[in-house]
Design a protein around this ligand. Structure first.
Ligand SMILES: [Zn+2]
Length: 66
């Protein structure tokens, strides 16, 4: 599925940060810590940070069945 646009807990918009977060934190090159990326993006609440670190992009897996 796609990343939720808003944080489930506080309603802050977090969807706009997903693409950059994914590009910088999930490359597994060891160049940037996901925590540092979230700090840099200004996502400082724990409830919003968990939206990003716990998300798994399944849109390409599920889309053939819709
Ligand atoms: Zn939040």
């Amino acid at each position: 599925m796609m990343v939720p646009v808003r944080c489930f807990t506080c309603g802050n918009v977090v969807g706009e940060y997903w693409e950059e977060f994914k590009a910088r934190a999930e490359t597994h090159d060891g160049d940037e810590d996901p925590a540092d990326v979230l700090d840099d993006l200004g996502v400082d609440r724990h409830c919003c940070r968990r939206m990003m670190v716990s998300h798994q992009d399944l849109v390409d897996v599920v889309s053939p069945y819709q």
